[in-house]
Design a protein around this ligand. Structure first.
Ligand SMILES: C[S@@+](CC[C@H](N)C(=O)[O-])C[C@H]1O[C@@H](n2cnc3c(N)ncnc32)[C@H](O)[C@@H]1O
Length: 403
């Protein structure tokens, strides 16, 4: 592989914003990619994947390169040099790369690879927490969470079938395969910019990981039901719910952020989902009005996102132990308050994209032991680990309210 100056500069500039200015990797990478219209798909792939790689391996590379935050430009070049050396890429003879100690880099890599917090490039506190919560499973799990995520599509069955979509994508030179046990899913054989396809513009699919596709099914939906998606965000799950309900019935998609719901509306239009309305939760009244009224309530709770590190590797550096304490409290509050919208006999699904029992089954247990939770029984839950499923780490519990 030959390294091109303007692509490396783009990576370095983006890393500066992520590491030194606290910007989000996905946003900054997407901004950088807009910078030069002449970049082809390989150039864009290089910028995105190299930046993500260096974010993912920040601690390991920093240790090897002996650099610390805040990262000066020469230090960002050092991180890049470590990345290129470990990938076996020939380093150009530019002044930024003078005196690259190739042998030392490889030697340090071998030494540090024996220690999990460096090998898997995670903060000390996260390594300790993972061990405490997941025990022996932690090492395999964090390893899997450091791999690059597969690209999984969810067929929009309001408009097409997985088989038809597969043929349409074949024509756009995007070969895919079906996945057993995930009825609407197609997996790409190779990464591709699927958002540019005609099929995407026509609303024939959404990009949605396999684990996340299990949640709407867990709700056991039927056309005609009233369903509340209480933490709907930009609507990944709401759109799946709409498809499973065949556009019949009522979906109330709620969130505390109006801008997310606006994006949801835009996506719903593209998907041809007509039975969706949005409500911003700007006071407790919004929830109270719906008490005892919904056949199904989904709480896709805000969480640490530790199950989706493959997609958001910068979460490793943004998360803090204090945030974990806050988010656990919020999750329990949401269970307490939003479960009241379920009508007698109805179903509540609580889901997170975390792998931590303290955000998952322990929250559900605490809820079931509380006064509000007394009205519910646990029908089933699933703890999905990335190293076992091959998809994101995820959790969902299906709770039924007594009649
Ligand atoms: C895991 S995300 C939801 C993802 C979304 N369901 C999807 O499938 O694309 C959690 C969402 O909860 C929202 N949220 C945070 N606090 C909330 C609250 N008190 N009530 C409702 N939603 C909340 C966040 O804005 C965020 O959109």
């Amino acid at each position: 592989m030959r390294l091109h100056r303007n692509l490396i500069f783009a990576v370095i500039d983006t890393l500066h914003l992520i590491f030194n200015e606290g910007k989000y990797a996905d946003k900054e990478i997407s901004n950088t990619l807009k910078r030069d219209k002449r970049w082809g798909s390989r150039d864009r792939g290089f910028i995105a994947e190299t930046t993500y790689d260096i974010v993912r391996w920040k601690r390991l590379y920093s240790e090897i390169a002996n650099v610390n935050a805040p990262y000066s430009r020469p230090n960002l070049f050092r991180l890049f040099t470590v990345w290129a050396t470990l990938k076996g890429i020939e380093i150009p003879d530019w002044k930024q790369f003078e005196d690259t100690p190739t042998r030392r880099i490889k030697g340090r890599f071998d030494e540090l690879s024996k220690i999990t917090k460096y090998a898997e490039s995670i903060p000390d506190w996260l390594d300790e927490l993972g061990r405490k919560e997941l025990g022996k499973l932690w090492e395999d799990e964090i390893k899997a969470l450091n791999e690059q995520a597969k690209v999984i599509l969810r067929t929009n069955t309001l408009k097409t079938t997985p088989k038809k979509l597969q043929l349409i994508l074949d024509e756009e030179f995007i070969p895919t395969k079906m996945i057993k046990g995930y009825p609407e899913a197609l997996e790409l054989y190779e990464r591709a910019d699927v958002f540019k396809t005609d099929a995407f513009k026509k609303g024939l699919f959404e990009v949605q990981d396999g684990s996340s596709q299990k949640v709407a099914h867990a709700l056991k939906l039927e056309p005609g039901m009233r369903v509340v998606d209480a933490c709907a965000g930009a609507g990944g799950k709401s759109l799946h719910i709409a498809a499973l309900m065949e556009n019949k019935g009522q979906i109330i998609a709620m969130d505390i952020y109006a801008n997310k719901l606006k994006e949801l509306k835009r996506r719903a239009k593209r998907a041809g989902a007509h039975n969706l309305e949005t409500r911003v939760i700007d006071s407790t009244k919004v929830i109270k009005k719906l008490h005892d009224s919904a056949d199904r309530v989904l709480i896709d709770a805000p969480c640490t996102g530790l199950g989706v590190l493959r997609r958001n590797p910068d979460a490793k550096w943004k998360l803090t132990p204090e945030f974990l304490v806050e988010i656990r409290k919020k999750q329990q509050d949401l269970l307490q308050d939003y479960s009241k919208m379920v009508k007698p006999g109805g179903i509540l699904v609580y889901a997170t994209c975390s792998i931590l029992p303290s955000e998952n089954q322990m929250q559900v247990q605490e809820f079931l032991n509380s006064e509000a939770g007394n009205l519910f029984q646990l029908n089933k839950d699933e703890k999905i680990l990335a190293h076992k499923s091959g998809f994101d780490g995820f959790y969902y519990a299906v709770l039924q309210k007594t009649n």
